[in-house]
Write a protein that binds this ligand. Sequence first.
Ligand code: FES
Length: 153
Amino acid sequence: MNRRSFFKLSWGTVGVGALVSALGVSFAAILRFLKPNVFYEPPQAFKIGTPGDFPFGAPTFLVEEKIFIFRDREKGFSAASAVCTHLGCTVAHFQSDQKFHCPCHGSVFGADGAAQHGPAPRALDWFEVTLARDGQLRVDKDKVVPSSYRLMV
Ligand code: FES
């Protein structure tokens, strides 16, 4: 093999290698493009326990779900969102005035969740509460209901 044919062969090999590499990277990029980015959220419908798990009177706050569960002797169960409609802070429920107070910017929501004071643009959401076949209460945060909605058990 003379010098000229050696360089011809070397550059040819380098060229083919570069082409194969470029095709491989392109193919990988296409495969990545075909696989969508997915945001995994916790399920919006979940069981929270049996009716007997919840006391009458003061609402039970479920921290992870960010909801208040109310149990009333005459009216039944209801579930209110604890997410402030202003910028999403977690509101607190005060038994003293039966209202929800947001610690971030001072919004106040009435007992029915209606925005009464502060920058919150709308009322708190209320979610559907149903009784599952296994006797547990089930809350569906995808189903917003009027504040008057109650589940009688
Ligand atoms: S986040 Fe509740 S008042 Fe701003």
